[in-house]
Design a protein around this ligand. Structure first.
Ligand code: NAD
Length: 462
């Protein structure tokens, strides 16, 4: 049964296009095709597979502006961010285009023969993408998976399928054989579920909410299917009194407002050492009020709308509608501006946490809302930072090198930055501790997640 989905521009609420959603039969057909073309793709020589991925990167690069504009329209991303996101796909493809020729095994000394290991492709790999970073997250899955010799079926999020569909077309244009990389826009409960239950899909590479990720892992156990899970976050931004407080306060807004706060790495819990709390808040307020929220297609815009009315309702349930949903009303310290009228706008909002039990302090909001709390000393900061189910990202601001090292080793998170808010580089590993996920993407070791190690012993005595 075919169903349709209206893709809506979050800044205008206008219907951009209506898509036919893929059902189980088409999903099964795409998986069957991916199985069929697998041996030929795997047999492409390493140099040629690398060359095809570089060609794919070149074609994506030629279409950067088109892809970026598509993301502005589909997801409400600012044009600056959207260009970076398309560029990230190019960079990730180029980075992993070097991998086929470097998929090294090992030669291990043993008695009586020669022992070597091979990195074998898994077969058909599925990639399930959320709506918040449709292009980069797709690329972090498909680029290393293809480089390792797998075929890929990819499901974009229902809300944001357009750039993924275009990337699928560009792959064919670049010369990737039909069926090696197939985009299947459809529902999570249909296409996503089928990826998990289909016996020919050997791996699920999932990015999304912790609850859905847990469900996928449970079901994947039936077939001992490999999973990589990149899930939610509630990251801490820790500002010590010995830091450059001015710089910490000036940079804090975009550490949680980037992509309208719909960022798994958003630093949504700010911990400030009590001695500099007032000084920090004064500068932070000025910086929040200066953030330019508006038309995402305008070059000077820093923050666009929320992706959907549903996501904005979720954010409101933590702030305006907290009492209506049975929670204590939060203490709003100050807010930035946002357009009114059509579009799913929400203003940058800063809450003063009452305590670590606050719902807004504990739960991932996935919107432009941050909570701030003072701390006393290093031990208190570490305890508060780690008092969360999540462990994805975080920042530490201090001029004391010893403290920077101690605290970055003590915070339980996969991606930390000291005196900055950087999280993701295609050449370094990315992923979460605790409820933020399992496995790592990107960086030099990502190929391990898309291959099986095979050990072969050759008897030289025979
Ligand atoms: P979501 O879990 O609702 O959906 C993610 C994807 O999974 C979508 O494509 C969806 O269609 C699909 N899906 C839904 N139900 C499924 C099922 N039963 N089986 C298989 N697939 C299913 O998440 P979302 O709302 O799209 O994205 C926001 C979440 O993603 C946030 O929690 C955020 O923190 C997280 N996220 C994490 C990272 C990271 O790298 N750690 C990056 C971006 C987003």
């Amino acid at each position: 049964m075919s169903t349709t989905h209206d893709v809506i521009n979050p800044a205008t609420e206008e219907v951009v296009t209506t898509l036919d959603l893929v059902g189980v039969e088409e999903t099964d057909a795409a998986i069957a095709k991916a199985v069929e073309v697998g041996p030929a793709w795997r047999a492409v020589s390493p140099a040629d597979r690398g060359m095809l991925l570089r060609r794919f990167a070149d074609v994506v690069e030629e279409h950067t502006e088109e892809l970026a504009r598509l993301e502005v329209t589909n997801a409400g991303h600012t044009i600056g961010n959207a260009r970076w996101e398309a560029g990230n796909v190019v960079n990730v493809l180029r980075y992993y285009s070097a991998a086929p020729e470097r998929l090294f095994g090992r030669q291990i000394p043993v008695a009586g023969g020669l022992d070597v290991t091979f990195k074998e492709p898994l077969g058909v790999v599925s990639v399930i993408v959320p709506w918040n970073f449709p292009m980069p997250i797709a690329g972090w899955g498909f680029a290393p998976a293809l480089a390792a010799g797998n075929t890929v079926v990819l499901k974009p999020a229902e809300l944001t399928p357009l750039t993924a569909i275009r990337l699928g077309e560009l792959a064919l244009q670049a010369g990737l054989p039909e069926g090696v990389f197939t985009i299947l826009p459809g529902k999570g409960s249909v296409v996503g579920e089928r990826f998990v239950t289909h016996p020919d899909v050997r791996k699920v590479c999932f990015t999304g909410s912790t609850a859905v990720g847990q469900g996928i892992m449970r079901k994947a156990a039936d077939q001992l299917k490999r999973v990589t899970l990149e899930l939610g976050g509630k990251s801490a931004n820790i500002v010590f009194a010995d830091a450059d407080v001015e710089k910490a306060a000036a940079s804090a807004p975009m550490s949680f407002l980037d992509n309208a706060g719909q960022d798994c790495c958003a630093r949504t819990r700010i911990l400030v050492q009590r001695k500099v709390y007032d000084a920090f808040m004064e500068r932070f307020e000025a910086a929040i009020r200066a953030v330019r929220v508006g038309d995402p297609g305008d070059e000077s815009t820093e923050m666009g709308p929320m992706v959907s009315s549903g996501q904005r309702d979720t954010v409101r349930s933590f702030v305006e509608d907290a009492e209506a949903t049975g929670h204590a009303a939060p203490d709003i310290a100050f807010r930035g501006a946002a357009p009114s009228g059509k579009g799913w706008w929400y203003p940058p909002t800063v809450l003063m946490a009452h305590g670590t039990g606050d719902r807004a302090w504990r739960e991932e909001i996935f919107g432009p809302v941050v909570s701030v709390m003072p701390f006393d000393d290093e031990a208190d900061a570490i305890a508060k930072a780690n008092d969360t189910a999540y462990g994805l990202s975080g920042s530490i601001w201090t001029r004391d090198v010893g403290r920077a090292i101690r605290v970055s080793r003590a915070v339980e998170a996969g991606n930390l930055s000291v005196n900055s808010h950087s999280s993701v580089r295609y050449s370094t590993p990315f992923g979460g501790f605790k409820a933020s996920g399992i496995g790592r993407e990107l960086g030099p070791d990502a190929l391990d997640a898309f291959t099986e190690t095979k050990n072969v012993f050759f008897d030289t005595q025979a």
